[in-house]
Write a protein that binds this ligand. Sequence first.
Ligand SMILES: NC(=O)c1ccc[n+]([C@@H]2O[C@H](COP(=O)([O-])OP(=O)(O)OC[C@H]3O[C@@H](n4cnc5c(N)ncnc54)[C@H](O)[C@@H]3O)[C@@H](O)[C@H]2O)c1
Length: 338
Amino acid sequence: MVVGILGLGYWGPNLVRNFLSQKEVTKVIGCDQKDERLKFIASRFPSVHLISDCEELMNGKADIIVIATPVNTHYKLAKKALESGKHIWVEKPFTSSSSQAEELIEIAERKNLKIFVDHTFIYNGAVRKMKELVENGELGNVLYFDSERINLGLFQRDVNVVWDLAPHDISIMNFILPKHEVVAVSANGIANFNGKENLAHICVHFNQNTFAHFHVNWVSPVKIRRMIVGGDKKMLVYDDMENFEKIKVYDSGVEFDSTESIHQALVQYRIGDMFSPKISQTEALALGANEFISAIQENRDPLTSGKDGLDVVRILEASDKSIKNNGEIIELNTSVLI
Ligand SMILES: NC(=O)c1ccc[n+]([C@@H]2O[C@H](COP(=O)([O-])OP(=O)(O)OC[C@H]3O[C@@H](n4cnc5c(N)ncnc54)[C@H](O)[C@@H]3O)[C@@H](O)[C@H]2O)c1
């Protein structure tokens, strides 16, 4: 398979390295309009064929085109690649709007081409383990999902912090809670500098008694990458900043004596053992590249398809709308969401 990687900025070199290591890939073509990025790739990965014109890539022999350019260019480049008969890998977030995502999905279906959206964390060992623990009932019923992704971040020029950071956490939530229907979103945020929000709190409401909250922030003095999944049996903390024990499961919880009225009920607190399961260390991007190649060979959708990209974009879009309306609850049309 020939893979063309469009956009060799911050993220592109990781994609180049991981596609080069796939045994089915016979050639990697790198494309960037900036000469300095082509020189950088030439010095690190001499086997990569380099070009500066994306038209040449679209009209060439690539089977897959990987789009790792700024978010506001994804739709146009992805559409062109699909129309040129290429399977596409699109970086997160998939597109800048849900209507763009729907159109790309429709074109791909019509032409029997595959779309992979790079929700990288879905291929991460810790996230896989979280899903396994939730699915095998270790935590019991999930009460809430609470996530924090904050640091002194790279300000993106074309998107706010919601579109930059929250796709990771929203895609993880959708992955580990696939049966929870998102019915509404509310959000608040602030743009202190350039008109684009640099801090936001997003609340996701489900059709059952579960709640999710996401805090994303580019202006924090400390870097925190942490999630808590609270269950009625056990609770889990995923701390991506930890080198070793990234996941800890606490046998802690609260029990109400349900025979009494709520005012008289006895509340019992359980603080038990903690265990930290072993997690796979395989690089997520390598697993993602392998999954996409397999999906193309088997003529099926990859684990993170255009539809998964669309589900995330709908929540991002609703968050923006809510922020503009001071936290108004934005209902989602769940019949098309899930
Ligand atoms: N999956 C992840 O964990 C992850 C991490 C970081 C970034 N990303 C995503 O990757 C994408 C790129 O982000 P980045 O931080 O690498 O951006 P960047 O600005 O560092 O790099 C983008 C590159 O694309 C090139 N480019 C843009 N339009 C082009 C065109 N028409 N033809 C040729 N080259 C073109 C630019 O010259 C630039 O070098 C974004 O969608 C971002 O959200 C994903």
